[in-house]
Design a protein around this ligand. Structure first.
Ligand SMILES: C[S@@+](CC[C@H](N)C(=O)[O-])C[C@H]1O[C@@H](n2cnc3c(N)ncnc32)[C@H](O)[C@@H]1O
Length: 248
């Protein structure tokens, strides 16, 4: 299969994810069990990929400060095949999780998986872009974006849109690959690009300082940066290796 390089990022991302879930990550990345399209978080006591992938969902849940019996509306911005929302939806049955992705097929898969697992009562999946969601102002109590914002060609637009749809005093959690330096030397740029291409991201990087500045300028407060690179390194390298055959 030939990859069509297309300057339209939505088409490229959709093409990638719709072709490489099955067969692909679903088989090789414990997707059957976890529905994960993210890297695993290896914390103390976590021994295998499956548990590391699920642990990442728990990490997001902790950062969101979800509580067992709280009735909150949560947006999963860039939801993949719904893994994190379905997992958290099961753990926090009173919360409502709405997942959005630009891929129609991912929406279908996410709905199917939620139904099969019987977790479709408090999850919903829609085809929308996180750059222009169409939701009303202040629709959500909490928003998370797990390994999805780095794809956006315009990160400020993402921040603006999240600020618009998040309730005052709400919480935004963004987890994913980011560069500490704005400038990389040509060798590192190639390596980083290879890593990104292995995840279907052909066009853009997320730079920490820029992203933090956008958050500040759009009015977010109490911004905290957490470095989890040491705990995700193993999984990042493995996922890049798995991504290589897809390129060929
Ligand atoms: C690496 S996957 C992560 C999926 C999911 N969060 C997970 O952890 O399993 C990236 C996701 O971002 C989505 N995405 C990229 N650009 C998007 C956009 N503009 N709006 C909504 N979703 C987008 C892709 O469709 C894909 O589902």
């Amino acid at each position: 299969m030939m990859i069509k390089f297309n300057e339209d990022y939505e088409e490229m991302v959709t093409y990638w994810y719709e072709n490489y879930w099955e067969p692909g990550f679903k088989q090789w990345w414990k997707g059957h069990e976890t529905l994960a399209l993210h890297v695993g978080l290896y914390e103390k006591g976590i021994k295998n990929l499956r548990d590391a992938l699920l642990n990442m969902n728990d990490f997001v849940g902790k950062l969101l400060k979800l509580k067992k019996n709280e009735k909150v509306k949560v947006l999963d911005a860039g939801c993949g095949v719904g893994g994190t929302s379905i997992y958290l939806g099961n753990k926090y049955p009173k919360a409502k999780f709405i997942g959005i992705t630009i891929s129609r097929k991912q929406v279908e898969w996410a709905k199917k998986y939620a139904k099969e697992r019987n977790f479709n009562k408090n999850t919903e999946f829609l085809r929308r872009s996180y750059l222009d969601t169409g939701f009303q102002d202040e629709s959500f109590d909490k928003i998370f974006a797990l390994e999805s914002v780095d794809y956006a060609p315009d990160k400020r637009k993402f921040v603006k849109e999240m600020n618009r749809i998040l309730k005052k005093g709400g919480r935004l959690v963004v987890v994913g690959p980011a560069m500490r330096k704005t400038q990389l030397n040509p060798f590192m740029k190639k390596i980083y690009r290879l890593f990104n291409i292995g995840r279907g991201n052909f066009f853009s990087f997320l730079t920490l300082n820029d992203f933090k500045r956008y958050l500040e300028e759009e009015g977010f407060t109490n911004i905290k940066l957490i470095d989890i690179s040491k705990k995700t390194y193993r999984s990042s390298v493995n996922s890049t290796i798995i991504g290589i055959p897809f390129l060929l």
